[in-house]
Design a protein around this ligand. Structure first.
Ligand code: HAM
Length: 421
């Protein structure tokens, strides 16, 4: 016998009926952007490897350890996207979207790929809803973008999260801060690898949760205390706008993101019910990325929300996002003639906008009624040979169990009325 083949390790799948919740979550997380002037963009799942190396940063774990890279038959090095931002910025530059009205406001959704060690909430294929606004320095834009994410979570009814917010400075104040932080870190008692990190990416060290390291970081200099006047003003204005919008946040001066492009406003959504993988979404400004990728020196801000993690957060809060069945009506034919008729009846219902399914393969009454119950339908339409001869169908309310004969010519209209009442 052939061996069975399983899905690759660390890849979640969403199967019916649970997949309905996956779609509902994606819808809810993207709704605020769709209602705020953001246009949909679909970029390729794979890109030239150099895009991520340059865009996301060689020193990040995402690029140095987690990329799914391969050489295609033409000898090109390609990589499955580990995130959306670099690809979207590339597309904006390539297609000149930044030559029109600014900011360019875009949203997208889909899978990203990271070769991480799989565990609960950490997958190798992860799903995001992603938003970018490119070509705008206005702090009101930062607040709009943060609000879009907040509104997405609120739309799902999620409550157990908090917004961590900070500013990472810009090219005029971060280098001096980085130097200061390195001077502080070089004096500490750190292992070899962490010492190396101090030289390459000192901000990441601030995020070290190991007690022997974290204990030494209590007095570390923090970026928000070393912002230049421009960054300080920008950050103050963002916070004022967020207050106007009724968004509360926690100051997170040690917040470090896993991608290198961030500047100024940076944020993360953290859910208390998820254990180690508590980041349900995150984002920030990336004011140097357009130029780094060969475009005009325009600023940008955006976020990625983890759809898989939002689903886990809903589960942790015991919230149901979808109720109701897959269909409203289930058609049950009894006999040869009825089977032909059943497909026509179901199709007429579907054409009229009523979600309908039917029993295939000559199921008996018992089996077909079981299938009707499982479908979540409100009503079963039972077609018997004698009923058809008399020009009627039996409509059974699957909750109350009551049944009545309805003339076939009136069936679609009657069912629509019943379902809408
Ligand atoms: P990120 O923080 O790397 O940001 O990912 C965004 C979200 O994707 C995370 O908060 C998390 O919910 C989810 N996520 C990331 N990795 C995994 C994983 N292995 N398994 C499950 N979920 C995961 C970005 O990707 C940036 N591109 C966001 C952005 C857009 N910044 C500016 N614009």
């Amino acid at each position: 016998m052939n061996r069975t083949i399983a899905a690759p390790k660390g890849v979640p799948e969403y199967l019916p009926p649970a997949s309905a919740a996956f779609i509902a979550v994606r819808e809810a997380l993207s709704r605020p952007a769709r209602h705020s002037g953001y246009g949909y963009i679909e970029t390729p799942i794979f890109e030239e490897t150099a895009l991520f190396a340059r865009g996301v940063g060689e020193s990040t774990d995402v690029v140095s350890k987690e990329m799914y890279s391969f050489t295609d038959r033409g000898g090109r090095s390609l990589t499955l996207r580990p995130e959306f931002t670099a690809g979207i910025v590339r597309a904006v530059i390539e297609h000149g979207l930044d030559r029109g009205q600014l900011p360019v406001k875009l949203w997208t959704q889909g899978p990203c790929f990271r070769y991480e060690r799989p565990q609960a909430g950490r997958y190798r294929q992860l799903q995001q809803v992603n938003v970018e606004a490119i070509g705008g320095d206005d702090p009101a834009l930062d607040a709009e973008v943060v609000w879009l994410a907040v509104a997405g979570y609120r739309g799902l009814g999620l409550t157990g999260w908090r917004l961590d917010l900070t500013s990472l400075g810009d090219r005029s104040c971060r280098p001096a801060y980085r130097e200061l932080l390195q001077q502080f870190l070089r004096k500490l008692d750190l292992d070899e690898e962490t010492r190396r990190r101090v030289e390459i990416n000192p901000l990441r060290v601030l995020d070290d949760k190991r007690p022997e390291v974290a204990g030494q970081l209590v007095d570390a200099p923090l970026m928000p205390d070393h912002l230049c006047a421009g960054c300080e003003r920008h950050f103050d204005a963002v916070r004022e706008h967020l207050t106007d919008l009724g968004v509360s946040w926690s100051d997170a001066p040690r917040l470090v993101r896993g991608l290198d492009y961030y500047t100024r406003t940076t944020f993360e959504f953290v859910h208390a019910g998820l254990g180690a993988q508590s980041g349900i979404g995150g984002g920030g400004r990336y004011d140097g990325l357009m130029a780094d990728l060969g475009g005009q020196p325009l600023s940008g801000i955006g976020f990625g929300l983890g759809v898989d993690r939002a689903l886990l957060a809903l589960e942790a809060e015991e919230r149901v996002v979808v109720s109701g069945g897959r269909v409203s009506v289930y058609v049950v034919p009894l006999g040869e003639e009825a089977r032909r008729r059943a497909l026509v009846v179901a199709t007429e219902l579907r054409r009229a906008g009523v979600a309908a399914d039917l029993a295939f393969g000559g199921k008996g009454l018992k089996g077909a009624m079981k299938a009707a119950d499982r479908s979540g339908a409100v009503c079963a339409v039972i077609l018997g040979e004698r009923d058809i001869a008399e020009g009627v169908a039996q409509c059974k309310d699957l909750q109350s169990g009551t049944q009545r004969a309805v003339p076939l010519v009136d069936l679609v209209r009657t069912l629509k009325e019943t379902l809408e009442s």
